[in-house]
Write a protein that binds this ligand. Structure first.
Ligand code: PEP
Ligand code: MG
Length: 697
């Protein structure tokens, strides 16, 4: 046995990174190496990061290192050296230390309005509800293998995150993932979980949760604030393991009055589950303008900045934060001066939206006498009341899949019926168009247990409905029953061509007949098709005679026409709503609808933007559906324009070769013709380093 006295000199004590270094050094030796506190005799295995951290050795703690084995002398010397060199950590720990106090500004994409000062509430991606299951003796080995597979998957994920963090933030910030990796592989965690599975005949999720909670509770008692905070790293790792083990969603923590939700990504269902009276804003690493999370945030009037990349990992629950959706910026741990500056301008977007509600309703009439209907896009029952508040001509699009608040959980026919009935009653005389479930992993719901390589091109929307016709039949029956309480129509999402329409119609007709046989009354609903993929655009003239109306989903139309994932901020520069190829698709669809004398409702996010709404009107659109809060703004724009002027501009845009060219026309011409309607901020931004007048004009 070899031993030597040591003491902790670093200001942060034996913190995560130092402990990680110690484990790395200790693992180079065969001997067993123990650290012992001299004041309370607590011991730690120097090859286990969790064990070391639980020593809670803050600055000044006296320790003894003991080694027993073939290379014990060398082991003790190496550990001693590491302590003397202060773990080679001086620069990094100092930078970390100042970081926690430093004001951090990060640019993202503001997807709604408002400025909010609040406190961070981290929602860990994939935090799960965990249930206990009894595992049979014969299945225990399988359960352990399942756990090991989750550990391997978590390791691969963490290595990838670490690599990216290193590239984007530098080595000093990526270290935390070293610690996560060590937690993950620490025998204390893995061995305890496996032992628990075997001893208690428990499922892996439950075992990981129990062991994780046990470790956390020990951690929470540590008397050193910095070390105690590292508990959230253990929590991160456990949540990652649970996410990789199971498919459940989690319950949410209580929210304080000024909560700002910070997450890597948010499922729309997660937003739906939050107590929105307390959430002031949202800031996420992922997301783009048309991601569903952004659409919902706008719909609910929540201040939101998305696309912040790697921001989540720099925050801690309770940190102060400013979310400025106007500038698309967040400020973590703001300095007093920043807070002061913001306190002048702070107003939450919900307040802004509330004050912009309108007493006017019905269609808007342009200066040359064209009537344009403005309808509401709705995702959640909490928004039903905004139909009236913003003077919408009914509901142009009800994204019904948001009723399903948990992945994999469907609602019964009666539960759905209740929601559709309330929708029908809220929508008024203009009625509501219910979209059949647009389910798929992009929407955040996967009812299939297979993950898809390419979900946006996979089994989603009507494809999912046709393959799982029981799901579709239940929904259709619920909608038909609700037609007795107000005007309801039904729209089929993401049809590829008329065959999808026919197959869906057949199911709808069969359910109608069944209801008739059962003596259940209903009113014949109109049936429409969502035109949002290029094959449907190109065959729109063949689809039109077989439906009562079209709905143009411009969000997906941009995504599929330009092959740009709408939720991936790495390619957001290519997501160009004003690309001539997109305009061409819209124009062609509007014409096909006109030729067949059926209405075409433009319901993507495009219609919510006043300048784009003018172009749509120029292409002949007379029916727009949008985020309810955008209606007053679009209304006051359209009532001041002449659609013949808009048509002239639209036809010039349709001749362009690129989105830059279209945007340049819009920028210059809108500013010249309607200067009071379109200040520069309301127009597409000038490309960097270019003079707009040079571009394609
Ligand atoms: C669209 O694609 O434009 C649309 C309206 O539907 P969603 O955004 O829900 O895909
Ligand atoms: Mg769509």
């Amino acid at each position: 046995m070899a031993e030597r006295a040591l003491w902790v000199t670093g200001r942060l004590g034996l913190h995560a990174r130092a402990a990680a270094n110690l484990v790395r050094v200790a693992n180079q030796f065969q001997s067993d190496i123990t650290l012992k506190r001299l004041d309370n005799s607590v011991e730690a295995d120097a090859k286990s990061i969790l064990s070391i951290l639980m020593l809670a050795a803050s600055r000044g703690t006296e320790l003894r290192v003991l080694a027993a084995g073939p290379d014990e002398e060398a082991a003790v010397e190496s550990v001693y050296d590491l302590f003397v060199r202060n773990f080679d950590e001086r620069v990094l720990t100092e930078s970390r230390q100042t970081d926690t106090k430093e004001e951090i500004r990060r640019k993202g994409l503001g997807v709604s309005e408002g400025v909010v000062i609040g406190r961070v509430l981290r929602l860990q991606d994939g935090t799960r509800d965990v249930y206990r299951a009894e595992i049979e003796e014969s299945e225990l080995e399988r359960e352990r293998r399942r756990f090991r597979a989750a550990v391997r998957l978590s390791r691969r994920q963490l290595e990838a995150i670490k690599e990216r963090a290193e590239k984007e933030l530098g080595r000093g910030h990526a270290y935390i993932f070293d610690a996560h990796l060590l937690f993950l592989e620490d025998a204390k965690l893995t061995r305890d979980v496996e032992e628990y599975i075997v001893k208690e005949h428990a499922n892996a999720e439950w075992a990981a949760k129990v062991v994780g909670d046990r470790l956390l509770s020990i951690y929470m008692q540590i008397n050193d604030e910095y070390l105690r905070e590292r508990g959230s790293d253990i929590e991160d790792v456990i949540q990652r393991l649970l996410a990789n083990l199971s498919g459940e969603v989690r319950g949410h923590p209580n929210l304080s009055d000024d909560s700002v939700i910070v997450a890597q990504d948010l499922l729309p269902s997660t937003i739906a589950e939050l107590d929105l009276n307390h959430v002031k804003a949202i800031a996420t690493d992922a997301g783009g303008w048309t991601s569903h999370m952004a659409i919902i945030a706008r719909g609910l009037g929540l201040t939101a900045v998305v696309g912040l990349r790697n921001f989540y990992h720099r925050t801690r629950t309770g940190d102060q934060i400013i979310v400025d959706a106007q500038r698309g910026e967040v400020i973590l741990n703001p300095l007093a001066a920043s807070i002061e500056r913001y306190e002048f301008t702070v107003h939450s977007s919900s307040d802004a939206f509330r004050s912009s509600s309108s007493n006017v309703s019905g269609p808007v009439t342009t200066t040359n006498g064209v009537d344009i209907s403005l309808r509401a896009n709705i995702e959640l029952p909490t928004e039903f009341e905004s139909v009236r508040r913003f003077g919408a001509c009914g509901v142009g699009l009800f994204r019904s899949e948001f009723l399903l608040s948990r992945p994999g959980m469907l609602l019964s026919e009666d539960d759905q019926f209740g929601s559709y009935r309330s929708l029908a009653e809220a929508a008024g005389a203009d009625g509501a168009i219910i979209r059949l479930f647009d389910l798929g992993s992009e929407t955040g719901y996967e009812l299939s247990d297979r993950s898809e390589r390419n979900p946006a091109l996979g089994l989603r929307a009507i494809r999912f409905g046709l393959k799982n016709d029981e799901v579709m039949r239940t929904q259709v029956r619920a909608i038909l029953r609700a037609t007795n309480f107000g005007k309801l129509s039904l729209v089929i999402p993401m049809v590829a061509d008329v065959v999808d329409v026919r197959r869906a119609r057949k199911i709808i007709l069969e359910e109608r007949e069944l209801l008739q046989k059962e003596g259940i009354e209903y009113v014949e609903p109109e049936i429409g098709a969502m035109i949002e993929i290029p094959s449907a655009v190109l065959t729109a003239d063949k689809i039109a005679p077989e439906v009562n109306f079209f709905e143009l989903g411009t969000n997906d139309l941009v995504q599929y026409t330009l092959a740009v994932d709408r939720g991936n901020d790495d390619v957001s520069d290519w997501f160009r709503t004003l690309h001539p190829a997109v305009l061409f698709g819209i124009n062609r669809t509007l014409k096909a609808a006109k030729d067949a004398s059926i209405p075409a409702i433009v319901c993507g996010e495009m219609a919510s933007t006043p300048a784009y709404a003018v172009l749509l009107a120029g292409m002949g659109a007379v029916d727009l559906s949008m985020t309810p809060a955008a209606i007053p703004r679009v209304r006051s724009t359209l009532e001041q324009i002449d659609t013949t002027e808009a048509a002239e501009l639209a036809s010039r845009c349709l001749e362009c070769a690129s989105a830059d060219e279209v945007e340049a026309i819009v920028r210059v011409e809108f500013r010249n013709r309607w200067p009071e309607l379109f200040p520069p901020k309301a127009l597409p931004r000038e490309p960097e380093g270019k003079d707009s007048d040079e571009v394609g004009l």
